[in-house]
Design a protein. Sequence first.
Length: 96
Amino acid sequence: MAGLGIGAALALGGVSAPAQATTHDGAPSALAPSCTKGKNLTNGWGKCTTPGTYKWRVRVYCTLAGSGTSSVVTGATRVNAYCSWGNVESVSIEFV
């Protein structure tokens, strides 16, 4: 897969990156849960592994100006958010 571009790598299974945790005012939090995020063409996902009762959701931004969100979940779990039309351009994890 070394000869494939980033677009081909995304089409073959997505990428994973650590999520940047922020507080409600947007400042980074030193005590934030450990979370990762990733995407493929039509959905984005988030996975948090830190135990606790924090609430969070996944938001995807799609081509053609669309977006989507997952339901709000609590604690360590994995959740998906989908683009109803277009492809996923970016994924974020939001703590609520």
